[in-house]
Design a protein. Structure first.
Length: 270
């Protein structure tokens, strides 16, 4: 092997080296794994991993320096900050790390054919309930997007339901997603039903989320309410941004094993 070939193989991108270093620490790996499932506040991360606040802050800073984390202030309490993983950046770094080890590694796990008609396992269709306050924007967008990707038993509801926001319908139609089944409803009507996932997309509702039967997996995605923006153009842009982010989060959610059975679901429609 020539010296130039050896040099090319050794020249690993700095971002990949940083990724390897970050995940070599068991605490950072644990934090990243927590945040791939649900958005959390720093105190919740510390409580889950028995870490003091200064340690949590240090590890979050290290992960953030790689672009792996996003954060924003809670809409329920502005003193709180929610952290989430940038799943697309994680995917990019993971693929780059695989390519640095062997050029054939990236893409192997997604070689199966996608576009299944329904996201079902031997136990039946995946059942998901999205919750927010008014059931007008975020939860409705999530419901329609997941249904479009192949979900059959997907619903949304609110603690104080009003009506579906016009921009919700507009943005979904721009994406070619059916809106005919969307209407605002209270989460009271779902009490007593069984779900695989309960996903809150509103900080306020997270604090008052009711208990559902059969102990479903509860996840929180902290999305600001696009409806609070007064300027019409900025508001529509916020709706579009929320829909785009939800498409990403729903797509990665469906790549997880079934929360009850551990079965792999068919790959979601793009």
């Amino acid at each position: 092997m020539s010296p130039s070939t050896v040099a090319a193989l050794v020249a690993t991108p700095a971002s990949v080296l940083g990724f390897f270093r970050a995940l070599a620490d068991d605490k950072r790996l644990a934090i990243l794994r927590l945040l791939t499932r649900s958005d959390l506040r720093a105190g919740e991360i510390g409580a889950a991993l028995s870490l003091p606040p200064n340690a949590v802050s240090y590890h979050l800073k290290q992960l953030g320096s790689l672009g792996l984390l996003q954060d924003h202030r809670s809409s329920a309490d502005g003193r709180d900050v929610y952290y989430r993983v940038d799943l697309e950046q994680l995917d990019r770094l993971y693929s780059a790390a695989g390519a640095a080890l062997h050029p054939g590694l990236p893409g192997l796990v997604t070689s199966e054919q996608s576009g299944s008609e329904a996201l079902a396992t031997s136990t039946g269709p995946l059942r998901v309930l999205f919750l927010c306050t008014h059931n007008s924007a975020r939860s409705q967008l999530a419901e329609a997007i997941l249904r479009h990707m192949g979900g059959e038993q997907v619903f949304s509801a609110g603690s104080m339901p009003t009506e579906v926001h016009p921009n919700t319908l507009l943005v979904l139609r721009e994406l070619g997603i059916d809106t005919s089944r969307l209407y605002a409803k209270s989460f009271d009507q779902f009490q007593g039903e069984s779900f695989d996932y309960i996903i809150t997309v509103c900080d306020r509702v997270r604090d008052i989320c009711p208990v559902f039967r059969d102990d479903p997996l509860e996840i929180h995605w902290s999305f600001p309410d696009p409806d609070v923006i007064e300027d019409p153009e900025l508001q529509l842009a916020a709706f579009r941004r929320t829909a785009t982010e939800l498409q990403t989060r729903v797509r990665y959610l469906l790549l997880l094993p079934h929360p009850r059975t551990g079965e792999r679901l068919p790959l979601p429609k793009q």
